[in-house]
Design a protein around this ligand. Structure first.
Ligand SMILES: *Cc1c(COP(=O)(O)O)cnc(C)c1O
Length: 446
């Protein structure tokens, strides 16, 4: 069977111009192990982007496999209104131990975008039910990414995904995000105390009264090209939100679960959001699941006699799915028992060092930035002016193709090449994938 041609007969792949598949056929994966994926011809690909950032502890992790197998023979799924099960309760008991202080009420969904929708609705309804019916707007950062359902897309600010749909989306108040690579205030990472936060202050001074919440990807704007900004921004934002009675929604879908070197990105700032969204990493990349977790205070604003009409009437069929919960519970156990994040942080120092050594000398590398095991290499036309490459050349895409030929799965964001590997990646694989990535870059840019 020609699996690749059969695939194209039926499947419309996500986030793809299907015409591109004429020259780059879909890669049909047969099995996975650790950071390795094997296609139907037995060719190995190193998955250093964690299969869209969700695989945390390697493919076919023996412990998670075992946990899911055990669950599947006990209970596969059950309605989650009025009904519950032990695995989800245990999961909440464990999660609450590692979440930022104050987050204690868990609402389940089955994908990240849905958790964002839930957070936005929850925030609006809280204000509505506590006498602030004028708070109908949301604030979000430029270049933000929060998923691709309509409200999630609306708070997002990456034109590539949202521009076309603007006529059918809600209006959002846009705060200029920190841009530490091309700082408009002429600062650099070493000498900055987040002077750009004044942009947020200005927006709050004007619009906070009508604003329900501000949503942010803490410390790392992933889809924008792995843009990294300092924790002090979150600290200042927390204070500003408190001053104006605006909720702070943390989209930790990509940053949670040790990706930034701590369990959650908010842990770097030592403050808590009012609502936190989790998904990628939550089940180790095994099963679709998401959570919007919030505070007792928000929860209480919905708690009343039924006929008062204050309930949160939001549901997803697969909310609290036991199979996903069994994977999620095992992930937390592994992180804890095997000291995964601590060990990953040690290897992250090595990873960043070799990436800087290998890539920084190249004439088209504008910056190497990193947080946790995430390392991004921003390609530019000119190192000094930081002028971007001509995007119509699709340089990142060409490098992606070259690296695939050589057995490394990179999938750059435009002209930003990045690594966001499973936390268990070892030094020899770091050596190998960075060599291949550099070779692929040189193949295209000389
Ligand atoms: C992936 C992602 C989402 C959306 O999650 P889906 O499960 O793809 O809907 C939202 N926010 C961030 C930061 C993400 O990385």
């Amino acid at each position: 069977m020609d699996w690749q041609r059969e695939d194209l007969k039926y499947i419309w792949h996500p986030c793809s111009q299907m015409k591109d598949y004429e020259t780059l056929l879909p890669i049909v994966i047969e099995r996975g192990e650790g950071i390795n994926l094997y296609d139907t011809n037995g060719k190995c690909y190193k998955d250093v982007i964690s299969s869209w950032w969700c695989n945390l502890l390697g493919h076919c992790n023996p412990r998670i496999n075992q946990a899911v197998k055990k669950q599947i023979d006990t209970l596969e799924h059950v309605i989650f209104a009025n009904f519950s099960h032990k695995t989800v309760i245990r999961l909440c008991q464990e999660l609450i131990k590692v979440l930022p202080k104050g987050l204690c009420k868990f609402n389940f969904a089955d994908n990240g975008s849905s958790a964002i929708e839930m957070a936005l609705k929850m925030s609006f309804q809280y204000h509505y039910q506590t006498g602030n019916t004028q708070k109908k707007k949301f604030m979000a950062l430029t270049d933000a990414y929060h998923g691709e359902t309509l409200a999630a897309l609306a708070v997002g600010g990456v034109d590539l995904y949202s521009e076309l749909y603007k006529p059918i989306m809600m209006d959002v108040l846009r705060v200029e995000a920190p841009d530490c690579f091309r700082c408009p205030l002429g600062k650099c990472r070493e000498n900055c105390s987040c002077e750009c936060f004044v942009k947020a202050e200005e927006m709050f001074a004007k619009y906070a009264d009508e604003t329900s919440a501000i949503i942010v990807e803490p410390l790392l704007q992933g889809s924008a090209g792995m843009k990294i900004y300092p924790p002090i921004y979150l600290k200042k934002l927390r204070a500003l939100c408190d001053k104006y009675n605006v909720h702070l929604i943390a989209d930790e879908i990509a940053t949670g679960y040790g990706r930034t070197g701590k369990m959650f990105a908010f842990d770097h700032a030592g403050v808590s959001p009012d609502i936190m969204c989790l998904s990628k990493g939550l089940t180790g990349g095994y099963m679709p699941m998401a959570i919007a977790v919030t505070t007792q205070k928000i929860y209480d604003a919905f708690y009343d006699d039924y006929l008062k009409g204050k309930a949160f009437m939001h549901s997803h069929t697969y909310a609290g799915n036991p199979l996903a919960c069994s994977a999620a519970l095992e992930v937390l156990k592994i992180l804890d028992e095997e000291n995964i994040i601590e060990k990953a942080n040690k290897r992250a120092v090595y990873f960043n060092k070799i990436i800087k050594e290998k890539f920084l000398p190249h004439k088209n590398v504008g910056e190497v930035r990193s947080i946790g095991l995430i390392n991004a290499i921003e390609l530019v036309a000119d190192k000094n002016t930081k002028e971007p490459l001509d995007y119509t050349m699709r340089t990142g895409y060409q490098i992606y193709q070259k690296a695939l030929e050589k057995g490394v799965l990179l999938r750059p964001l435009g002209d930003v090449i990045y690594f966001n590997p499973p936390l268990i990646i070892e030094e020899d694989d770091m050596d190998y994938v960075t060599d291949i990535a550099l070779q692929s870059l040189k193949d295209i840019l000389g």
